[in-house]
Design a protein around this ligand. Structure first.
Ligand code: SF4
Length: 895
């Protein structure tokens, strides 16, 4: 009988929605994650990313054991060994160089109550270097504080009183799903929803109209609309007279521009500015919701303050259904004195938006150790090259996470963290006023520990152990004291969300916590600070929050070969850039390859891409973004990055045309084929087993890849295309065009050149140690790719080497593992192309007897073998992928 239970919890990922969730658990295993209908705001809604998270919890690439790096390679270790090493290094650097030689890099990946205690650990330790500034919303908060005194947003439920909703760079469909129901309700009631965003986001489906100002042009659009409202005499005179200061100076700023001039600068038509003004005049009250894209400019405060001013002029502040709302104080519900910031004199902080430069420049003491939690700075921080140089310079990096992402590649210790589904905690939101329970749905996967437990156990190695080592329940009881003071209680907060004592309608009494007690208009504005387009770099790179992922929360296998960049179809046509083709995106900082998507309805001066793709997967567009701080709020102006786009030229390896012959859906090209695309190759795949014809000659192609499959290389009756394929392989080689054959492809290559494939009568399976021959070490493709990691085997046939072939790699059980033949042909018996999905699919298939012909071999492997393989798989696959990347680069260089 199966044991099924449901657990109430709260999503803790970097998302303003902080949805109430119900986890379904069957026999101790998480099987579903859905919205909790009882949550007062999120009401049973959850995004596509919630369901997908179940896969992430059990993903084959997830690290579930502590690891330390030994001679450059990851080695599994125990928690005691890992934490002993971390403690020893903390003590060493503190005693030799002072505690400020250690940087604690705490990201915003999760902001639960207990995770904030990490700071307390470091404060008990003596206080280390920490971060200041923001990669996200700091600018908006600081800007609104100038106008409102303290940024307080309308409760999302108050938007049900709105007659209009202005989604100003906000994209609820992808990043704030609870607002979608409210937007639909407004329209159902006859109200209006406007989307203002340089790009047409998925939230356009919610809106009556979409206005697309140029990036950073929002300030001019808001000013144009304000002038139109004032010209119509529709301003809220009473509010302006009694509850605002600085109006005269702001009117003077507005007087310096005509509406037409402002529209030109904003990159919108006058009709669009009029539409915004008329909506605000006719549909009262209107809620203006600011998105995070607005923050990503050096002078972002101009735009945000001009939008606040527009809200004030229209009488939308302090009224139900109105407001200019941006975010919420997610740390508000906790007793922040427990972080221990007062225990030491103020310690050094480094500016997050320029973190690479800051670490490199840090002196007296230099940064010697970096401890990273809830962050992936090697992917998410701007100017990746500087961040990489900084992390490389550090002597010791500790990384706590789930997957081997870009940052883990720079770490010396990997501490495997639990997900929120394996933790007890409490979660507040930066998108609403509820604080919710985080309850463990399942036991920790493998040996994973919560960050709290890691620090708890680390603390045992220091004299301050007694101060830190209290249970989760005891700490939450203290941390959430402000919640209890507001009427919450620990038992109820385990079962349901609690609404904090925050106003539904802020500033309802029209009193603002500014020095004047009134709304404060922006009184200085320099339009020359909003840069005009640079003809050499005509597009603004907008790296937006993707629909399907949170930040860099993905796996290697999730990545398409190249990031997709979207350009206006008209602009692509004008530049001769073809849809679906690789292009080079270039900024002042560097270059990146990407796949071009020509899209209707985009502005011609923007290039749009999803953020968060990993650098080591060929994505990582922060290689291009500038590291600088915004003028207000120390935010990160990602959108100040200007780029140009050019077609891939047919020089060197870029633009090489590769024919890929695929024999089975279960044996795709994996990292071999992705690696080719990441080097700018243009791929054509044919599947003869599905009736797709092979080309008669190599004409039109520079190289050939023949993949594996369950077929037998000697069986032409079952695969009648083999003779033609063998001839094609020979023809490519005869013309000095490289050939690569993998598994079945290697056996076919041997046969094509006179070798004999034959059945072994057994199966070689799993990641196997192999050895390069002396010829292999000297080979131009294999030699520079060495050392050989253990590589995946999955075959029951082998082959005799063809005459003249050179053996490059030997195996113990199956000698012929890799060979070179002819002019430029390589056969790989091992599967160097596997990623985690391919490998785990094969392992599952084999383990469950899913391949009938392999079933007789299954009993040679017991469950302990499979358990060990699963535990080691992330590292095995990562090492195999790195080897594959090097082989692909060397092989393509022959083309
Ligand atoms: S990612 Fe956001 S929208 Fe999706 S379940 Fe979590 S909180 Fe809700």
């Amino acid at each position: 009988m199966s044991d099924i239970k449901t657990v109430i919890t709260t999503c803790t990922r970097d998302c303003p929605n902080a949805c109430g969730l119900v986890a379904t658990v069957r026999n101790g295993r998480l099987t579903g994650l859905a919205g909790n209908p009882a949550h007062p705001l999120t009401r049973g809604v959850a995004c596509v990313k919630a369901a997908r998270y179940v896969k992430r919890v059990y993903g084959p690439e997830r690290i579930t054991h502590p690891m330390i790096r030994v001679h450059g390679r990851w080695v599994r270790t125990g928690w005691d060994e890992a934490l002993d090493l971390v403690a020893e290094r903390l003590k060493k650097y503190a005693s030799e160089s002072g505690t400020e030689s250690i940087l604690y890099y705490q990201g915003y990946g999760e902001r639960t109550a207990l995770k904030l205690l990490n700071k307390y650990f470091f404060n008990l330790f003596g206080g280390v270097t920490t971060l200041r500034g923001s990669l996200c919303g700091g600018t908006g908060q600081a800007s609104q504080n100038l106008d409102l005194g303290e940024r307080i947003s309308h409760d999302p439920l108050d938007h049900y009183h709105s007659q209009a909703m202005i989604l100003w760079a906000r994209n609820p469909v992808s990043t704030n799903i609870s607002l979608t129901a409210i937007a639909r309700d407004i329209r159902k009631r006859g109200g209006t929803v406007l989307l203002i965003d340089p790009m047409r986001s998925k939230s356009a489906v919610l809106a009556d109209h979409h206005i697309a100002p140029r990036p950073g042009g929002d300030v001019f659009l808001a000013m144009a609309a304000a002038k139109l409202v004032l010209a119509a005499g529709a301003e809220d005179r009473e509010f302006l007279a009694r509850h605002a200061v600085g109006l005269e100076a702001y009117l003077e700023i507005l007087a310096g521009f005509s509406v037409d001039d402002l529209c030109r600068r904003a990159g919108v038509s006058r009709g669009e500015a009029e539409l915004l003004a008329e909506t605000l005049m006719a549909k009262k009250p209107a809620s203006i919701l600011l998105g995070w894209g607005l923050h990503r400019h050096e002078y972002a405060h101009y735009g945000i303050r001009a939008i606040d001013a527009l809200g004030a002029i229209c009488g939308n502040l302090g009224v139900p259904g109105g407001g200019v709302s941006q975010g919420f104080e997610e740390y508000g519900p906790y007793d922040q004195t427990l972080w221990g910031d007062g225990l030491n004199p103020p310690r050094r902080t480094l500016l997050l938006p320029v973190i690479g430069q800051e670490i490199l420049a840090a002196k007296d003491p230099a940064i010697r150790m970096i401890y990273v939690t809830a962050a992936n700075p090697l992917c998410m921080a701007p100017n990746t090259a500087a961040v990489a140089a900084a992390f490389r310079k550090a002597e010791f990096v500790v990384y706590s996470g789930h997957y081997m992402d870009d940052t883990s590649d720079f770490a010396h210790v990997f501490l495997p963290a639990t997900t929120f589904l394996e933790e007890t905690d409490v979660m507040a939101s930066y998108g609403h006023n509820y604080v919710g329970p985080v309850n463990p749905a399942i036991a920790p996967v493998g040996e994973c520990k919560s960050e709290f437990r890691m620090f708890y156990e680390l603390a045992a190695r220091f004299p301050f152990a007694a101060d830190f080592r209290k249970s989760e329940e005891a700490w939450l009881s203290e941390l959430c004291a402000p919640v209890w003071e507001q009427g919450g209680d620990p038992d109820t907060l385990r079962k349901e969300a609690f609404r904090l004592n925050a106003p539904m309608v802020p500033y309802a009494d029209k009193v603002f916590p500014t020095p004047s007690g009134k709304f404060q208009f922006m009184t200085a504005f320099d339009p020359s600070r909003i840069p005009e387009p640079d003809p050499a770099y005509p597009y603004r790179l907008l790296t937006i929050a993707p629909h399907g992922y949170i930040c860099s929360e993905r796996t290697m296998a999730d990545h398409e070969p190249l990031p997709v960049v979207r350009l206006a179809a008209s602009e692509a046509a004008r530049r001769g850039l073809a849809d679906g083709r690789p292009v080079v995106v270039k900024s002042l900082l560097g270059e990146a390859l990407a796949t071009l998507r020509a899209e209707e309805g985009l502005r011609p001066d923007i290039l749009v891409a999803d953020r968060g793709g990993w650098t080591k997967a060929g994505h990582g567009l922060n290689r291009l973004t500038r590291d600088m701080a915004s003028r207000v709020g120390n935010g990160t102006p990602y959108y100040e990055t200007a780029v140009t786009v050019n077609p891939v030229l047919s020089d060197v390896s870029m633009g090489r045309r590769i024919l890929v012959v695929q024999h089975s859906d279960r044996a795709p090209g994996g990292d071999f084929v992705k690696g080719l695309a990441r080097l700018g190759a243009i791929l054509t795949t044919v599947q003869p087993a599905k009736g797709q014809g092979l080309p008669p000659s190599p004409e039109g192609f520079d190289a050939l890849v023949v993949l594996g499959g369950p077929q037998h290389a000697y069986d032409d009756a079952a695969s009648p295309h083999f003779p033609a394929l063998l001839a094609l392989m020979r023809a490519f080689d005869a013309e000095n065009r490289p050939v690569a054959g993998i598994c079945l492809g290697a056996q076919l290559l041997a046969r094509a050149h006179g070798g004999r494939p034959w059945p072994m009568g057994r199966l070689e399976f799993g990641f196997t140690p192999l050895e390069a021959t002396a010829e292999g070490e000297a080979d131009p493709v294999l030699g520079p790719a060495l050392p050989l990691p253990r590589l995946m085997e999955f075959h029951e046939d082998s082959f005799d080497l063809p005459p003249g072939a050179v053996a490059l790699v030997a195996g113990q059980d199956c000698p012929n593992q890799c060979f070179r033949v002819g002019a430029a042909s390589y056969g790989f018996q091992f599967h160097l192309e596997v990623d985690s999905v391919i490998a785990s699919n094969w392992i599952t298939l084999f383990r469950q007897g899913g391949i009938e012909t392999y079933a007789p071999y299954r009993e040679a492997y017991d469950e302990t073998y499979f358990a060990g393989l699963a535990a080691d798989l992330p590292v095995l696959v990562a090492e195999s992928q790195e080897f594959c990347r090097r082989v692909v680069r060397n092989w393509l260089a022959l083309a």
